[in-house]
Design a protein around this ligand. Structure first.
Ligand SMILES: [Ca+2]
Ligand SMILES: [Ca+2]
Ligand SMILES: [Ca+2]
Length: 548
């Protein structure tokens, strides 16, 4: 990633995060002190701009002039329409979505009416018209680079390279620039600067016969798209279906995942129960603990059959299996303990609490659990920053990680943990939105740590597990999100939703093959506040399909 791109990525996320943190509160606006450059030239609208919850807003007339777009504000409908080269952006004041050529897209920064004037969110609108945007905090400079020149060009909206789409329906819209879209059935003769767009999803042969032919500015919808890797290809062609020269073609690889609720723990109520940990075995038997009642649940993913196996001695969260299939469950607090449930008890009928063993005590704040290849159990200590090691015969060692909290309101610095194939211990920092990794010393003690990734997308990073593609997947609880982190630190949103679900404060996650099981804790915090909508404490299931 080059420097400019990196800045852009950071500020995109910061912008939306700052907004969502303040969502619900009245938007406050101040005069902007930012410089705004297009190429090397200062824009005329910078001095008229405002900052609303730290996001840059410009008066719509001045911004439209800069874009070269026609602008129409409907005071009755409270809707702004911007049209450039036949491409239409529609935005309604206060709405967290907008339409680009008819496709609904989300924006954390809505159109605003401030002091009788209409202000556009600069990033969302300029990006929709093909600008690449960077921000340098030190000089408070926003730099915008137009990707559309005077040459024919295409922009695809609705998917991003290597991004994720949830559900079996994939919708995109396409903007064509400097090329007039014509219905080829009526305009058969080739004419310079005229034609349509060929679109292919996963086609091996990219020919005119198999192409979806688009000549209107409206969404293209693909149905029954299976979970897995996909490729969308778009190409500008003439009325005669021959590619425009020089070629205008884009190939966009993306992923689709399905997301559904496997089991609602209490179908009668939408709040009340709380679950934090989740784990599943190779037979897709899913285990979780309800924190109030301390009940250990077993859910058969195939049939949906749910049994309460026992009541634990105390409330519990994080879970791990040892090599023999025994289940270990963390019960934190001041006097942290780890419980052990024998593998054979997981197979059969409900059993007495007395059968639950205390494997070790003295693990204050015990939260996440994982085993190394030698059978040592590692335990994260949550807010105290400790990592504990417990040998197979129960010998406890305590190590201080040295990882610090960034946010006062969220002090947990070591939460979900898992070993990578590299033998390093990966840990989620819930407070700072980080994934860190520790080198391990030969004797199993904790070595130095380094940061793998830090991003506002990772605020609330709780459970952490490795996917079939070797990447790290994180439950970002307070964002109602599942986030992917590559081992070289690239952070990608996999799925995210508001407080209606299906993700409701996702706390832990566990892969069996390409199926991800997720516990919905349903805490009323962040994106999940208030928590009464949705279905409450539940196990969600995400299918990733083939990752090849
Ligand atoms: Ca946790
Ligand atoms: Ca809820
Ligand atoms: Ca429910």
């Amino acid at each position: 990633m080059n420097h400019k791109k990196r800045l852009a990525a950071i500020s995109i996320m910061t912008g939306s995060l700052l907004f969502s943190a303040a969502a619900g509160a009245a938007a406050e606006s101040v005069k902007s002190d930012m410089a705004v450059l297009i190429g090397d030239t200062e824009t005329s609208f910078a001095k008229q701009s405002l900052l609303v919850d730290s996001s840059l807003y410009a008066p719509y007339e001045a911004a439209a002039k800069q874009l070269g777009a026609e602008a129409k504000w409907s005071a009755g409908m409270k809707t702004l329409t911007l049209v450039k080269d036949g491409n239409t952006l529609e935005m309604k004041a206060g709405a967290l979505s907008y339409k680009m050529n008819g496709l609904e897209l989300t924006s954390a920064t809505p159109l605003q009416e401030i002091g009788g004037s209409v202000y556009i969110p600069v990033r969302t609108v300029f990006e929709a018209f093909g600008y690449q945007i960077g921000y340098e905090n030190k000089t408070r400079t926003v730099s915008m680079q137009p990707r559309i020149s005077t040459k024919p060009a295409l922009l695809v909206h609705g998917i991003t390279p290597d991004g994720y789409v949830t559900g079996s329906e994939v919708k995109v819209s396409i903007s064509a620039y400097n090329h007039i879209l014509k219905d080829f059935a009526q305009q058969k003769e080739p004419k310079a600067g005229e034609g349509h767009i060929h679109v292919w999803l996963d086609n091996e042969k990219l020919d005119a016969a198999s192409a979806i032919k688009v000549f209107k500015n409206e969404p293209v919808v693909f149905r029954d798209v299976k979970p897995g890797k996909h490729t969308l290809t778009v190409q500008l062609v003439g009325n005669d279906h021959k590619p425009v020269e020089p070629e205008v073609k884009q190939t966009i690889p993306f992923h689709s995942v399905s997301l559904s609720i496997l089991k609602d723990l209490d179908p009668e109520k939408s709040t009340g129960l709380r679950i934090e940990g989740v784990i599943a075995d190779e037979k897709h038997r899913v285990f979780t603990v309800e924190m109030e009642s301390k009940k250990l649940y077993r859910i058969m993913a195939d049939s949906g059959k749910m049994d309460i196996l026992t009541e634990l001695p105390r409330s519990a969260t994080g879970m791990a299996f040892d090599a023999a299939g025994n289940l270990y469950i963390a019960s934190g607090g001041q006097e942290g303990v780890i419980f052990k449930v024998n593998a054979k008890d997981l197979n059969g009928e409900p059993f007495e609490t007395s059968r639950v063993e205390t494997f070790v005590s003295g693990v204050q704040g015990a939260n996440g659990l994982t085993f190394d290849s030698k059978g040592n159990l590692y335990v994260s200590g949550g807010a105290n920053g400790n990592i504990y090691k417990v040998t197979p015969d129960g010998q406890l060692s305590t190590y201080q990680s040295g990882i610090a909290a960034e946010r006062k309101e969220q002090q947990i610095v070591v939460n979900g943990i898992a070993f990578g194939k590299d033998g390093k211990l990966y840990a989620a920092n819930t407070s700072s939105g980080e994934v860190n990794r520790f080198t391990m010393n030969a004797d199993g003690s904790l070595g130095a740590w380094e940061r793998v990734a830090k991003s506002p997308l990772l605020y609330g990073a709780d459970g952490l597990n490795f996917g079939p593609d070797g990447a790290i997947y994180v439950a970002a609880n307070e964002r109602n999100a599942i986030v992917r982190v590559s081992l070289d630190g690239k952070v990608t949103e996999v799925a995210q939703n508001g407080n209606q679900g299906p993700l409701e404060f996702p706390a832990s996650l566990h892969f069996v093959g390409s199926t991800l099981y997720i516990s919905n804790f349903d805490q009323p915090r962040g994106a999940n506040s208030p928590n009464d909508p949705g279905i409450g404490a539940s196990i969600a299931k995400m299918e990733f399909g083939s990752t090849k």
